[in-house]
Every structure is written in C-alpha cells, then in structure tokens.
Design a binder for this molecule. Structure first.
Ligand code: SF4
Length: 215
C-alpha cells in the first residue's frame, strides 16, 4: 500500500481552488506544516512567469536564498544561470522553484550548513509545489536532484540512471501535457571532483529539455 500523503497546509486549504499564484505565494509565507519554518528566515517561494513553458524544480533554499527570499540567488543559482545560458535557454522565461520552501540547516561555527530535508518534510511541502505546477502549467518540467525527484517522481526514482531522458511521471492531473526530465542539482557541480565534467553534463541535460520547447 502506498504511504499516506501528509495533509496539505491549512493556509493552502483556506484558499479558493482557483487562487492565483501570487495569492498562493502570499499564503505560503504563513505555512507551519512542518518544523522547517522555525529556524528559517522566511519562506522562499518560486519565481518567474506563470504560465511558463519551462519550470525548474530544485531542492530547498540555501543560505543566501533564505536571507534574500528568492530562489537560486546563491552559488548554485549562479551555476544554473550559466548552464541555462550555455544551453540556449532564456532564464527569464522559466519559472524556478524548490521542492521545499524553507531552508534546513545546522550551525557549524559561524556558518549554517545545509541539511537534506526528510521525506516527511518533502511530503509536507509537496502541496505547495503542486499548486505552483498547476498554475505555471509548464510544457517542460525539469526535476533537479534527488529531493525534487523524491517529491515528484517517487523515492525509487534515480536521477543518475534516468537523467537526460523523458520520464513517465504520473503527474497528468497536476501537469497535463507536460514532459518531465531530470538532471543533477546545480550544487552537485560545486561538490563534484570534476566540476567541468559535471557542469557539461548539466548543460547537456538542459539542452535536451530545451528540445521540447523548440518543437
Ligand atoms: S518547508 Fe514547506 S511545509 Fe514546511 S513549513 Fe515551510 S512551506 Fe510549510
């Protein structure tokens, strides 16, 4: 039997089903559906045009994103910006978000060290991601990294095995007509022993995603 999905956040349930994306984003500021809001500065919701032909989903805000309140503005965001440009994708035409909207971290001296969100936290935040996908209505959805894949494609999906190809996603109710593909999270480039190769593979995967935008 499939595990029971966590209940949607109360502040999302309080919205009318057809609430526009900016109202959903406002409501997400008050979410307490999992413990992560307690130690984060603010909710970091997705940004970009809606509807948008391309939607990119990462893991969670990082230190810079948490302080500035915008997704992908830190080091991983700079990698993503460069990779999109090298793949010939207009970053301004893409909606960019994360599977989890609050920064999970632990203190290490003066720095805040990123912590991977738990399955429960990913599940608790999934209704926000679904609400975004429904409103962005992308033609192409790019899942970046294991946490985003866990949220949208299930825990058994392996990014390393299925990156750079179209995947059966089971998201037809959420994103009818969308094609879904996976790649590494841009932060994986920064952690790689061979950054050039990791970066080139990220660009290749984004270029593959862009093929469906051109048709
Ligand atoms: S991480 Fe997501 S579910 Fe958890 S409190 Fe933040 S917005 Fe709500």
């Amino acid at each position: 039997m499939a595990p029971r999905r966590p209940d949607p956040p109360d502040v999302l349930l309080a919205l009318p089903p057809d609430a526009p994306l900016d109202e959903v984003a406002q409501a997400a500021r008050h979410c307490t559906n999992c413990p992560l809001y307690r130690n984060a500065t603010m909710t970091v919701f997705g940004e970009g045009p809606a509807p948008a032909p391309l939607m990119l989903v990462g893991e969670q805000p990082g230190d810079k994103e948490d302080l500035q309140g915008h997704p992908f503005v830190g080091p991983a965001g700079r990698v993503l910006d460069r990779a999109l440009a090298d793949a010939g994708v207009d970053r301004g035409a893409a909606y960019v978000t994360n599977a989890v909207k609050h920064f999970k971290w632990k203190p290490a001296g003066k720095v805040r060290l990123h912590q991977k969100p738990s399955a429960g936290e990913v599940g608790a935040c999934r209704p926000w991601l679904v609400a975004e996908i429904e409103r962005v209505d992308p033609r192409v959805l790019v899942v970046m990294g294991a946490t985003a894949a866990q949220s949208l494609l299930g825990p058994s999906f392996r990014v390393t095995r299925h990156r750079g190809e179209w995947v059966d996603h089971g998201l037809d109710e959420v994103a009818p007509g969308a094609r879904v593909t996976a790649t590494i999270h841009p932060s994986a480039v920064l952690r790689s022993d061979d950054r050039d190769a990791a970066y080139a593979s990220l660009v290749d995967d984004l270029r593959f995603a862009a093929t469906a935008l051109a048709s």
